[in-house]
Design a protein around this ligand. Sequence first.
Ligand code: KG4
Ligand code: ZN
Length: 348
Amino acid sequence: MITEEIKEEKKDTLILAIETSCDETAAAVVKNGREVLSNIIYSQIALHTVFGGVVPEIASRKHIEKINPVIEAALSEAGVTLQDIDAVAVTYGPGLVGALLVGVAEAKAIAWAAGKPLVGVHHIEGHISANYIEHKDLEPPFLCLVASGGHSHLVLVEDYGQYQIIGRTRDDAAGEAFDKVARAIGLGYPGGPKVDRVAREGDPNAIPFPRAKIEGAPDDFSFSGLKSAVLNYLNQCKMKEVPVNTADVAASFQQAVIDVLTDHTISAARRIGISKIAIAGGVAANSSLRTQMQELARKNNMTFYHPSPVYCTDNAAMIGVAGYYEYIKGVRDSWDLNAVPNLKIGQR
Ligand code: KG4
Ligand code: ZN
């Protein structure tokens, strides 16, 4: 007699994620919160380069034009249809309001038409969650440095979807400083990757740029003084008719940012007593930051986690991961979900 073993198969959870908070039109399909089945990114960088930065109006219009083909490509590359999807996750803040609205309206339309639940996701929670994609062993609690074009935060990830902000920037974000300095030394937009490349040819100790500390708030950041110091240095060179060594300026500026970011992260982790540290956001793609953080973590007996560069800069896979953990907790948004340009972490 043949006995058939009937096993109840565990159903996979598939999230279709949409991200349009700035200048990337992105969609992804993520399985069980950790496996990326597709990750489509239409970058608008070339379009905004002529203007030296993101033009919100142009970004919104391009999102409208690209969102449908990008979603279709994400579904097709994952080999699934809308009916296979369990929920639609979308970035609803923070970001450019017009850009966010395109993604939010699209997600609501798709979720309603396909009869699927809708889950709004915080952009920064997405950045942090990018770490779960390639580090299957990573689980909260851990301390995450989030450094992007709009944000510089030290976040204690207490549990999935549960965050405590330890430190934040008082003025410019780290990525914003990269972009402004890049423009000043003639590298253009987007600044971060260009400074990263040029800095490899320069001496990080050539110019002693300041490392800002905030009295009474050791975990907070400030980058506007550093940006001004670079601009002053360039002006002085011009006045004295001394040639500027662009690679040295890039390397010395970058080192000043890295010293502050690594020092704050390691000091906070030691004080809190946490041995797992992670980085996230566009600046986390910086090659020197990654190497130096790795080395410092090793010296301090800490484990260092970092996403691949493609998951550091804006993408929808990270939104799918954060959306999954919200979805399994039972978070559902209604059809009145709106874009919230200044959404706070943990706010709902
Ligand atoms: O996370 P992201 O793609 O968008 C925001 O949420 O802001 O971050 C973009 C920022 C830009 O300021 C860009 O110059 C910076 O990340 N960035 C970098 C690198 N790649 C991107 N900064 C330093 N080094 C890099 N390799
Ligand atoms: Zn971002």
